[in-house]
Each structure stands twice: as structure tokens, then as C-alpha cells.
Design a protein around this ligand. Structure first.
Ligand code: BJW
Ligand code: ZN
Length: 265
């Protein structure tokens, strides 16, 4: 980490961070964009919208269960762990993530806002009920993180890809609709409290990091720019250029797990 930014961080009172899929890439979780990204192989219109879910809930659930299965086997990496330690270094710190994989929480982060939800939770789009992880795995045993973690690829294919039937999908005990994964799809609003907390923190940040995000999905992508507009020093950690890069005061063109531990040294 460059000496100049380390010096700025020494005097910083309020530090905000926005993370995206790139920080979990080194834990083996695919990103969305770029050559190996999920949206290169799958069309988000067919899988990450409410219309897609209403049209074919089984297909959407099979895809989400596949991602939950991958995530259940992943561990936080040095990038997640460094951010968890960073919350003890500054008087005020907030980690804002677009990731739904829960790896920041597993790494120990507490001052955390999950803008796009959590893949192990459930959400009924008809009555609005959110099912936290434990409650949801009681309603839908297949969504249980520990059960998925133990499943081999062969078993996963047998049980989920070939064996699951629409009548086995979780049904909302309140309104009777099929419950979907607890994530934010395109065209859906982000949780209001999470978004308000993120915006308010950005406005008072002295330093703001954008880590492992392509910075193209709104409204998350506007958060670092809000911080910048309110006087924050803006830092990007990403091996690739993004639309945010021209606005950054410092840019680290390397992976999150290479750069972030340097802040703690
Ligand atoms: C590394 C690395 C390493 C790799 N280390 N880095 C204004 C203008 C235009 C459009 C809109 C707008 N307002 C709203 C919209 C519509 C839409 C949107 O933004 N569309 C754009 C894409 C054009 N937004 C929405 O619909 C949002 N809702 C909303 O705004 O509601 C109000 C509203 C509704 C309707 C109309 C208008 C307003 C909701 C967005 C929900 C996004 N959902 C997803 C799926 C979540 C569930 C799931 O997981 O399945 O969220 S899409 C996907 O993208 C996922 C991510 O959280 C999100 C961001 O992606 P991220 O994290 O940046 O990942 P990548 O893959 O894009 O980038 C990875 C980066 O890492 C790359 O840059 C790599 O280089 C880097 N990298 N290895 C560091 N080791
Ligand atoms: Zn319901």
C-alpha cells in the first residue's frame, strides 16, 4: 500500500468500503461480469428478475441452489479478513457489500450492510415476509447451508438438478405464494434501511474504498461518488479499470487479497 494513502488513513476518522463480487473471486465464487462471469453464461433476465421467477420458479431456484451450493463450500480470504480487522482501526467504519454470499459476516465483520440481501435467506415477493437463514432452512431443507456444504457434485445433481419438483418449493406460511431467495433482483428496490445507512455513511466518510466491483449496478455504484462529492478521498482496488476509476484519488490495479492486508501493516 502506498505510503501516501497509509498516512491519510492514520488521520482518518470515518472510513467506508463498498465491495463487490471481485473480493469473493479468490474464494472461488464466480463474479457476474468479465470473461468468466455468470452473466456471460446465463441471462440475468431469465434468472434474476421477478418476472423470471413468476414464469419459472423451479428453474430460478435450481440456479440459486447451485450458487448456494458453491458458496456453502467457500471460505473468507485475506481480503475479507483484512476488512473485518479494519473496523477496529477507525472511530467509525462501515462495510457496504453488494455480495449475497455472507463471507464478510463469516470473516467477522459486524459493521456491515448487505445491499443486495443474503442468498441463504428467503423472501416472499407477495406479502414481503423475509425469512432469516435459520427460519428459512426449516421451511426449505434444501437451502440449509450445512446440508449443501456436505453435498458432493453428484448428489447435488441428483437431488436438485434432476430430482427437485415445483411442488417441493418453499411456500409462504402467510400468503401461500412460493418463497424466493432473499436477494435483490433487477428492477427490485434495495432494502430501504440498508440503503439509507450506506448513503448517510458515504456522506461523512473521510476515506472511501471501492473494492472488487465493476461499479455499473445502480444504486450501489453511486455510493462511492456520493462519498467523493462530500469530500472523501476515493480509493479503488480492482485489477481492471471501471467507470469509477477516473474519479479515484488512488487506484490499486491488483487483487483485493494482495492489497487490503497492506492497510493493516
Ligand atoms: C476483482 C478481483 C479480485 C475480479 N480482487 N477485484 C440507473 C441507471 C441505469 C440503470 C438503473 C438505474 N437505476 C436502476 C437501474 C436498473 C438496475 C441497474 O443498475 N442496471 C444496470 C446494470 C444498467 N438496478 C436495479 O434494478 C436495482 N434496483 C433498483 O435500482 O431499484 C429501483 C429501480 C427499479 C427499477 C427501475 C429503476 C429503479 C437492483 C439491482 C440488483 C442487482 N442484483 C444482482 C444480483 C443479486 C442476486 C444474485 O446474486 O443473484 O447483484 S446483479 C449483480 O451485479 C449482483 C451484484 O451485487 C451486482 C454488482 O456486481 P459486482 O459486485 O460489481 O460484480 P461484477 O462481476 O460486475 O464485477 C466484479 C469486479 O471485480 C470486476 O470489476 C473485476 O475486475 C473485479 N475483480 N477479481 C478485486 N481478486
Ligand atoms: Zn407471503
Amino acid at each position: 500500500m502506498a505510503d501516501e494513502i497509509l498516512e491519510i488513513l492514520k488521520n482518518a476518522r470515518s472510513v467506508g468500503v463498498l465491495t463487490g463480487a471481485g473480493i469473493s473471486a479468490e474464494s472461488g465464487i464466480p463474479t457476474f461480469r468479465g470473461k468468466d462471469g455468470l452473466w456471460n453464461k446465463y441471462d440475468p433476465v431469465d434468472l434474476a428478475t421477478l418476472d423470471a421467477f413468476r414464469g419459472n420458479p423451479l428453474k430460478v431456484w435450481q440456479w440459486y441452489l447451485w450458487r448456494m451450493w458453491l458458496i456453502s463450500k467457500a471460505k473468507p480470504n485475506a481480503g475479507h479478513l483484512s476488512l473485518a480487522e479494519m473496523e477496529n482501526l477507525f472511530p467509525a467504519f462501515l462495510l457496504i457489500t453488494q455480495n449475497v454470499d455472507g463471507l464478510h459476516r463469516l470473516a467477522g465483520s459486524k459493521n456491515l450492510v448487505e445491499l443486495h440481501g443474503n442468498i441463504f435467506e428467503g423472501k416472499c415477493r407477495d406479502c414481503g415476509k423475509v425469512f432469516e437463514e435459520e427460519e428459512f432452512s426449516e421451511l426449505f431443507a434444501l437451502a440449509d447451508r450445512k446440508r449443501l456444504e456436505k453435498m458432493s457434485e453428484e448428489e447435488f445433481k441428483k437431488v436438485v438438478l434432476n430430482g427437485l419438483k415445483e411442488e417441493e418449493l418453499p411456500v409462504c406460511p402467510i400468503c401461500g405464494s412460493i418463497v424466493g431467495p432473499g436477494v435483490v433482483w433487477f428492477g427490485e428496490s434495495l432494502p430501504e434501511d440498508a440503503l439509507e445507512r450506506a448513503f448517510a455513511f458515504a456522506e461523512k466518510s473521510d476515506v472511501f474504498f471501492s473494492v472488487g466491483t465493476s461499479a455499473v449496478v445502480q444504486p450501489a455504484a453511486s455510493i462511492p461518488l456520493i462519498a467523493k462529492r462530500h469530500g472523501a478521498v476515493l480509493v479503488e482496488v480492482n485489477p481492471e479499470e471501471t467507470p469509477l476509476s477516473p474519479y479515484c484519488d488512488f487506484v490499486f490495479r491488483a487483487s483485493a487479497s494482495e492489497v487490503l492486508p497492506g492497510i493493516l501493516s
